[in-house]
Design a protein around this ligand. Sequence first.
Ligand SMILES: *Cc1c(COP(=O)(O)O)cnc(C)c1O
Length: 370
Amino acid sequence: MNLDLLIPEYVRNFQAYLPSKPDHLLQQEYGVPFLHRLNNNENPLGPPPAAARVIASFPPERAAIYPSGDSYDLREALGLRFGVSRDRFLVGNGSCEVISSVIKAFCQAGDNIITADKTFAVYEWVAEFSGIEARLVPLRDYAFDPQGMLERIDSRTKILFVCNPNNPTGSYWSRQTLIDFLEQAGPERIVVVDEAYREYVEHTDYPDAMELMERFPNLVLFRTFSKMYALAGLRAGYLMGSDEVVDAVRRTSVAYSVNVQAQQAALAALSDDREHIAATRALVREGKSFLRPLCDRLELETVGGEGNYLMIRVPINDLLMYRRLMKRGMMVRSMTGFRYPGWIRVTLREMAVMESFAEALEAEVKAIRS
Ligand SMILES: *Cc1c(COP(=O)(O)O)cnc(C)c1O
């Protein structure tokens, strides 16, 4: 059997994403009795209480029954929350799934998408394994470069992806920057704004992109229940767009992909988020104002802004640093895969964990420099 004849070249050339091993295996491998996860920007507080109750009281017999195939009640709740019709939302098995649906809905062979070189890599990956060219525009001062992106547009550009705020650099576009970009990009292509970390942003010039959608019907938003709402393990995210856009994307999305517990927990989380968001923001603020001065003292460069993460430049190869920290039970993200060799990204967590991490980092940096 000659698979080369069977598999498209762009699939043959694509390197599959390798998820990390389960924690119990990593603990064995690195010989540690515990592992603090600082690698995936998870929220250590867990989901809001109402969502926690839904999960704890989930009736086992409900598992035998298919979920709503289009997350009807959750979309209804989103519609009420944001004052628009439920038909403007499409829920996916995490917002990663809707990335794929959007690319399938708008792109065919010969088309291209535009995004940044150092951002969430899934936009680029999905384009590439679908045979669509991904044009990567370098960040400017660690932020998405609107002018650079506009210059790469041609007649085959279908989608521009902007991560706002950006993972991993924490930079964000203000309302005015986004409006200028939408005006210049024109209505002939889709502009996706991924707001996975929007609930962490406290600046008043951060755009309310939903309001802009009335003026720019080619604007699409991604949001997720994985980060602030702490439901990453259940997988629920959504996109919001104009009726016409959502109608197109719905055709290429998988019905029934969002499980019933995820739908119910997300709905509950939405109804009980005020104190949860305030508590999470306070935790992130405290973690950041502890970790940054530590890095300054150790003379380690940092890059951060919005979001529950901080990038740190380390004095050795980031993968080696990852392994050294793993031996101390600290799992960070090594950033070579984000095209940031020599950097790690650290999730900001509760102070007890931040203090253990600081100890581990300081010990390793001193050992490396001695
Ligand atoms: C984590 C993350 C997502 C999506 O996560 P899902 O769990 O698939 O909803 C999307 N975009 C960015 C930038 C992220 O960091």
